[in-house]
Every structure is written in C-alpha cells, then in structure tokens.
Design a protein. Structure first.
Length: 323
C-alpha cells in the first residue's frame, strides 16, 4: 500500500514506482540513455532510439553507438575529418566532470541540449531536450535586433551612416588620434542650392541627387574613411590617419570630376558642393573640431560656393591632377 512521506505526500512503494518511472521514461519526449562503468549502453528510451539508434539491436558501447549512427546517416553531426577523430575528442571530455551540459546538432537539423551526469558507481546518465525551436527563435530575435540596430544607425534614403553613427565614429577616432598622435581630418559638405533642385525638379529628383552624390562621395574614399549624412543636404566625411591636405585632395578629386544626375524625365542636373575641412589637434573635442570645419564651410559659401576651404586658410594652392 502507498504510505506518506515526511511532508505528508503519498508515496508509492519502490517496486511499483520503478515500473511506473520506466514506463514514463520510455514515453518521455526527453532523450534518456544510461551507460555503465565500461561505457556500454544499458538503457535507451524511445526518444533516444529515434534520434540515435532506430532499428539497431544488440549490445553497444558509446563508440559503437557513434559509429552505427554515422553509418546510418543519423545521430550527431561530425565536423571532424573522421569518426575516429570525433570519438577521440569526445572521449577526452566524456566523464571528465560530475555533470556536464552542452549543445549538439543532429544530422536531421535538430538541436539538442545534452546533460551528462556521472553517478557514484561510474554509470553515466545522459538526458537531452530538443531546443531546436528555441534556437530558431533566438536566431530570429538576433536577426531582428541586428536589423533594428542597423536601421537606427543608417540613413534611410542614402544608406549611409546617419548622424548618430557618424558622430560616434568620429568621437572614437578622435580619442584614438589623441592617444596615438596620428592625423585625423574631417569635412562638412553641403550640396549647393539644393532647395532650388527640389523646387525646380521635384522632391523625387532631389532624393535622386542626394543618393547619386552620396554614392560618388563614398566611391571617392578609402575603405577606412567614413561619410555620413548628418542633415538634409549635409554630409560629414572623416579621414583617419590623414592630414588636411589629404582630405582637401580627396574632395577636390570629386570636385573636378563633377556629379550630374539624370532623372527619369531625362533632366540632367549638375550637382555642386561646398566643403570645409579641419584637421584635429591634440586639444580638439568633437564639438570644437566640427565647429572649425563648419567655419571653413561658411568661408566656402561666402566665397561663392562650389569650392573646398580648409580651416585657417591653409588650403593647398593647387588642385590635384585627375587622371
């Protein structure tokens, strides 16, 4: 008859309880296997057999299970060049701790979270749960997060880094520049008379002009440089390890090349720009550096636009030759 334990719960006698536990384990969705001290498989429930053994019969040890499942195209994915290498690696880890938990991937694409418990008599209890749906949900969340993060740092129209991303990049680079005493230059770039483009050709043409200019500006830079759209028709360019002359030459190559936007209505819109360049000093903050670039930009506009000026009037006197 059933009795009561110390907490007043009804307890089934061990003999009857063992049969019920085995029946429950056999039908459990958790994969369960028990290996003896010599690593021979002594028990495997239906879920474990479905994943690893299927129609296998006879005595098997751990290595035999691995080789059999590999031959049948079931069981764990083996990344090693051979089954021998896989068995050798797993044997080094197996039974190395009283309890060990890790993920494995099956040939059929499922992901399992496996727990190995080393019992006092050296038998090994293995339990595994299917976490495939959790992993898929985790991957989906990670992709969504990455997309949201990228969207928060990217200008929707031009696909350039936005103001936040651009300023963050400049802030980090400025700190690095101060620490390493290396050159760093920045420019603020404005499209000339952009409102007139919108008024005359329409906002769709204006958007096209922004995108074409952004592409031209980006293609004119090194892989280490950054261009960000920080306002309506305003861009910021950052040149790591570059002097003001290097930045000036880079912009002048684009200035000489000229950008002409062709609209669907067959309009050809010449796009010119004004820019102000400043080279960072050891005393500069991001704000002071951008203020100096903005001051140079103001000078470029005051002198008729369609030109590049360097803060302090130190612009190189010549334009670089363009091949």
């Amino acid at each position: 008859m059933d009795g009561l334990d110390a907490w007043g719960l009804r307890v089934t006698p061990p003999a009857a309880l063992g049969a019920r536990l085995l029946a429950g384990l056999w039908n459990s969705m958790t994969l369960v296997a028990l290996y003896d001290g010599e690593d021979k498989l002594r028990y495997a429930n239906q879920a474990f057999r479905d994943a690893f053994l299927r129609e296998a019969e006879g005595d098997l040890d751990f290595e035999g299970v691995v080789r059999l499942t590999h031959a049948m195209g079931t069981g764990a994915c083996i990344q090693e060049s051979s089954v021998d290498d896989y068995v050798a690696r797993v044997r080094q880890q197996r039974r190395s701790q009283p309890r060990r938990a890790f993920a494995i991937e099956l040939v059929d694409g499922r992901r399992l979270w496996l727990t190995e418990t080393l019992l006092d008599d050296a038998w090994l209890l293995c339990e595994a749960n299917d976490v495939t749906s959790l992993k898929r949900a985790e991957k989906s969340l990670r992709i969504s997060r990455n997309r949201a993060l990228e969207a928060s740092q990217t200008d929707f129209l031009t696909k350039l880094p936005n103001r936040r991303q651009g300023h963050g990049f400049l802030e980090r680079l400025l700190a690095f520049s101060r620490a390493g005493s290396v050159h760093l230059s920045v420019a603020l770039v404005d499209l000339d008379h952009f409102k007139q483009v919108n008024d005359r050709y329409g906002h769709a043409a204006g958007d096209l002009a922004l995108c074409d200019f952004a592409d031209a500006l980006r293609s004119n830079l090194r892989a280490s440089d950054l261009v960000a759209r920080i306002g309506g028709e305003e861009f910021m360019v950052v040149w790591p390890n570059a002097s003001a002359k290097d930045a000036f030459d880079s912009l002048m190559r684009l200035h000489v090349r000229r950008v002409v936007v062709e609209t669907p209505a067959a309009d050809r819109i010449p796009v010119t720009f004004s820019a102000g360049v400043a080279q960072a000093t050891m005393a500069d903050t991001m704000q002071s550096l951008l203020e100096r670039a903005d001051r140079a930009l103001y000078v470029a506009k005051a002198r008729g636009r369609d030109r590049v000026e360097v803060d302090g009037g130190a612009a190189p006197p010549r334009r670089p030759e363009v091949p």
